[in-house]
Design a protein around this ligand. Structure first.
Ligand code: PLP
Length: 365
């Protein structure tokens, strides 16, 4: 698939060359970062250098970074480890948040997929039990950006802790931990050009947290297990490269959407009226089956994603789009195009060529 076009960067983005080199270098480093001898100290240097780079990506202190096996684990660590039994989360959170514990109270979103801050205030006020609010920075399906700093200010007035899943935002837009003013922030390496299977939970000073994976005292006792040194080193290098290339994606996405709107009667773009990631476009086309469109594009060498969740072989309409008020059939027509650091103007033209061909085929059928 060398000349195939990859437009599914929100699923995972290709590993950056610098990240692959850093992972390889760490792999040839003998030693366990917990060992006191020279080999161990060498490994620890890799670990701490990566910690500094990951912290710099989000303007955090290196001492606040806890490396995990990815975004899923970091979300679970914040939600299960923060000591709050009452958890509120938006209806459009990733399943790794919504399934992190039972009885999560759901915050509604509007038609653009943005949370209702008054509903947050109201819901927090219904109980005096100390809570955790979990709110993503950017949505994986639509790219909609949430008012996290505003939500955090409301939460704080109610004595709640705040967790933010910034997995999709980091590397695509500037993410500044101190400005968001949350207690916990999740990031994941493979969404910004590092390897899959590594992520981090960023902690504010004094944020209460108990480890969930227990054992040895790694990561200051907050995440046991010998550190994944190649993965973490690749994460550090990717974080450094990602922060250097943040603003590149807006133009091809906006051009793509303008062309699609001109070509496609009735098309709707989810969250188009909200602040959105510059790389993400979620298109809803009346009467279209997203699953068959994704297959047709795949056969033509263009990788997209259906904006729907596929569970046990059955494609279900996206809960995110349903929470935004789209009907089941509309939600089942959603395709997600997500651009990334390797995307070229030519890739977008090849997508548009295929889109025109698909519309013509449907019109002739
Ligand atoms: N949160 C969001 C918003 C995501 O999009 C994803 C992955 O798709 C995750 C969390 C999970 O991250 P990971 O794949 O590193 O476990």
């Amino acid at each position: 698939m060398t000349d195939a076009v990859y437009l599914d960067h929100n699923a995972t983005t290709p590993v950056r060359p610098g990240a692959a080199r850093a992972a390889m270098a760490a792999m040839s480093q003998v030693g366990n970062a917990s060992s006191v001898h020279g080999f161990g100290r060498g490994a620890r240097r890799y670990l701490e250098e990566a910690r500094e780079k990951v912290a710099a990506l989000v303007g955090a202190q290196p001492s606040g970074i806890v490396f995990t096996s990815g975004g899923t684990e970091a979300n679970g660590l914040a939600i299960r480890g923060c000591g709050r039994r009452r958890v509120l989360a938006s209806a459009v959170e990733h399943p790794s948040v919504l399934k992190a514990r039972p009885n999560i109270e759901i915050l509604p979103v509007d038609g653009e997929g943005v949370i209702d801050l008054r509903a947050l205030d109201r819901l927090l006020g219904t109980s005096s039990e100390p809570a955790l609010v979990s709110l993503m920075l950017a949505n994986n399906e639509t790219g909609a950006i949430q008012p996290v700093a505003e939500a955090a200010a409301i939460a704080r007035r109610h004595g709640a802790l705040v967790h933010c899943d910034a997995v999709q935002a980091a590397g695509k837009i500037p993410v500044h931990f101190p400005t968001l003013a949350v207690d916990f922030l999740t990031i994941s390496a493979h969404k910004l050009g590092g390897p899959a299977g590594v992520g981090a939970l960023v902690l504010a000073e004094g944020a209460p947290l108990a480890g969930v994976v227990t054992g040895g005292g790694q990561e200051r006792g907050l995440r046991a297990g010998t550190e994944n040194l190649p993965g973490i080193s690749g994460f550090g290098a990717a974080a450094l490269e990602a922060s250097a290339g943040l603003a590149r994606l807006e133009m091809p996405r906006d051009h793509l959407e303008a062309e699609v709107r001109a070509l496609t009667p009735g098309v709707r773009i989810a969250s188009a009226g909200a602040a959105r990631l510059p790389n993400t476009s979620c298109l809803l086309v009346p009467g279209l089956s997203a699953a068959s469109l994704v297959m047709a594009f795949d056969l033509a060498g263009v990788a997209l994603s259906a904006g729907s969740a596929c569970a046990s072989g059955k494609t279900a309409a996206s809960p995110v789009l349903k929470a935004m008020g789209f009907a089941e059939a509309e939600a089942a027509s959603a395709v997600r195009i997500s651009l990334g650091w390797t995307t070229t103007a030519e890739d977008v033209e090849r997508f548009l060529l295929r889109w025109r061909a698909e519309l013509a085929r449907r019109a002739a059928a």
